[in-house]
Design a protein around this ligand. Structure first.
Ligand code: GDP
Length: 195
């Protein structure tokens, strides 16, 4: 896979809004500011696929993108934004749970973490949540370009130690600035969606 056509299909909060399609679906999750929008743009070779609506404080919706009729990518709004109200967090939780529980075409979730930091409590909760629902997961630690080689190795160990990846899940480091491992990302995704 190497999609070069990206079309927004729909945005929605609940099941009734999810689009019908015969394609495999992947979803992208990560805490606010982890670099999700930049990552989406990097792997699709676009400048502005990921919409402003995914920014903290803006309406939180699941955004569905058709990638070249090969797969559908769902941008999940970022979590762990400190200033979010309790009510908003609860709304977010409900939306995510409904999606993960009901979406049979969902093949894999890419959870982004920041390679510079140890996973936050929210990162760990998210991973455990995905495991609770038995959703195959690729953890990608981004912003690799900001670290030295030694620190890349050290942080990689810390992250794997915190998250305790289950068998079958995958981990890689990435830089949306260097974009040198875009093919590796797609190869991993291909393993999970069977294409
Ligand atoms: P989002 O809130 O998760 O969508 O985060 P953004 O994509 O808006 O990224 C947050 C900040 O991190 C922006 O200033 C990006 O330019 C920066 N950023 C994202 N990915 C990378 C990366 O791989 N390397 C570096 N150096 N900066 C990054």
């Amino acid at each position: 896979i190497n999609p070069n056509k990206v079309d927004i299909m729909t945005s929605g909060v609940s099941k009734a809004h999810y689009p019908t399609h015969g394609l495999p679906e992947i979803a992208l999750a990560g805490r606010s500011n982890v670099g999700k929008s930049t990552f989406i743009n990097a792997i699709t070779g676009r400048k502005s696929v990921a919409r402003v609506s995914s920014k903290p404080g803006k309406t939180q919706t699941l955004n569905f993108f058709n990638l070249d009729d090969q797969l559908v990518m769902v941008d999940v709004p970022g979590y762990g934004y400190a200033k979010e109200s309790k009510a908003k967090r609860a709304e977010w939780g409900k939306m995510i749970e409904e999606y993960f529980v009901n979406r049979e075409c969902l093949k894999v979730v890419i959870q982004l973490v920041d390679l510079r930091h140890n996973p936050t409590e929210d990162d760990v909760l998210m991973y455990d949540f995905l495991k609770h629902y038995q959703i195959p997961t690729i953890v990608i630690a981004t912003k690799e370009d900001k670290l030295t080689k030694n620190n890349i190795n050290k942080q990689q160990k810390n992250i794997l130690h915190s998250l305790q990846l289950e068998e079958g899940d995958e981990f890689m480091t990435f830089s949306s600035v260097k974009k040198d491992k875009v093919d590796d990302v797609w190869n991993l995704i291909a393993q999970f969606i069977g294409r």
